[in-house]
Design a protein around this ligand. Structure first.
Ligand code: SAM
Length: 312
């Protein structure tokens, strides 16, 4: 949001107590119009009007269940003109007595909703619920067993935190990292996990120390942003691939958060989609796709990119 009209539009939308209270409640839970009306002690028609405005502005989305509509914060809400204003307002209003009273009434409303079985309540909201035993890591471990990475080079592998996902899927896993501490800890982890197909090497991804390697897969998982010359790193990595081998880059889309450079030591504030595509194609890859995987749920809501290509 960089211009005056967009900023004032966001301020107008959020310059209303009811709309702010609705958003604060929806941040906690998906709610029907009736539930919102009960919590806010207002008429359903008033709530519907305000929800209509929030929906039109892209802040909330709804889904139908039977005759009821349930509202929640929209997945793409952070792209709306007023999102930054909303984040600031929410932070400032944390201790407001009205919002505290809303939260208490919300707890009572939700308690009333808790009749019926867990499955009754969970139908339609599994994506936002804790499900015993389900986590992103168990999901990745399960899906990882379907992967065949063959001879795999992990560029900027770090300290082996991803070994449980990558090692079982690889015939041979070569982990390259320029940081000695990372490499040493990685070797320890490989020993601890008894992964005999894993080797850790200290070296630079821009000039990888492999000779006569015919890799099936080369990965850059959140490491390309550290390379001084990312194009050279891609070229060097792709040159290790056999024909038909795959390159996979998971990285950040271009952003403006200086903290990533200062605190995390990134050399680049993410990348543009077109640059990644050009670099991969320039390195002999075909069928290159660069896809946005969505935003991180936590501020600063960095946007993630996944780039794939096949050596031809
Ligand atoms: C954020 S970590 C990511 C580690 C791992 N891929 C993961 O997802 O857990 C980035 C890693 O890249 C390594 N790195 C930075 N520049 C590098 C370079 N030029 N060559 C090889 N590794 C590098 C760092 O030492 C660090 O371990």
């Amino acid at each position: 949001m960089n211009d005056l009209p967009t900023w004032t539009e966001g301020m107008k939308l959020l310059g209303d107590g009811t709309r702010l209270r609705i958003l604060a409640l929806l941040k906690e839970e998906e709610l029907s119009v009736g539930e919102l009306a009960a919590v806010l002690e207002q008429r359903q028609s008033t709530i519907s009007t305000q929800l209509g405005r929030l929906k039109e502005a892209g802040f909330v989305q709804d889904r139908k269940e039977g005759t009821r509509s349930y509202y929640r914060i929209a997945e793409s809400a952070i792209e709306t003109s007023g999102w930054k204003i909303w984040e600031l307002s929410y932070e400032r209003l944390q201790k407001d007595p009205r919002l505290a009273a809303d939260r208490e009434r919300l707890a009572r409303t939700l308690a009333a909703r808790r009749e019926g079985t867990w499955l009754d309540r969970a139908a339609g909201s599994l994506d936002r619920r804790w499900v015993p035993g389900r986590s992103w890591s168990t999901l990745a471990l399960g899906l990882g067993r379907l992967l065949d990475l063959g001879v795999c080079v992990d560029m900027g592998s770090g300290d082996g935190a991803l070994l449980p996902f990558l090692a079982p899927a690889s015939q041979r896993l070569l982990c390259l990292d320029s940081h000695r501490g990372m490499v040493e800890r990685g070797r320890e982890r490989a020993r601890e996990g008894s992964w005999r197909n894993v080797e850790f090497l200290e070296g630079d991804m821009q000039s990888p120390p492999f000779e006569d390697l015919e890799a099936d897969t080369v990965l850059w998982f959140q490491s390309l942003q550290y390379a001084e010359d990312p194009r050279a790193a891609i070229r060097a990595g792709c040159s290790l691939l056999r024909l038909g081998g795959r390159a996979v880059v998971l990285t950040l889309e271009r952003h403006e958060d200086r903290r990533m450079l200062e605190e995390y030591g990134h050399m680049h504030p993410g990348f543009g989609r077109r640059s990644l595509k050009r670099w991969l194609e320039g390195a002999g890859m075909t069928g290159v796709t660069v896809e946005r995987l969505g935003h991180e749920p936590k501020a600063p809501h960095l946007s993630l990119l996944l780039a794939l290509g096949v050596k031809s």
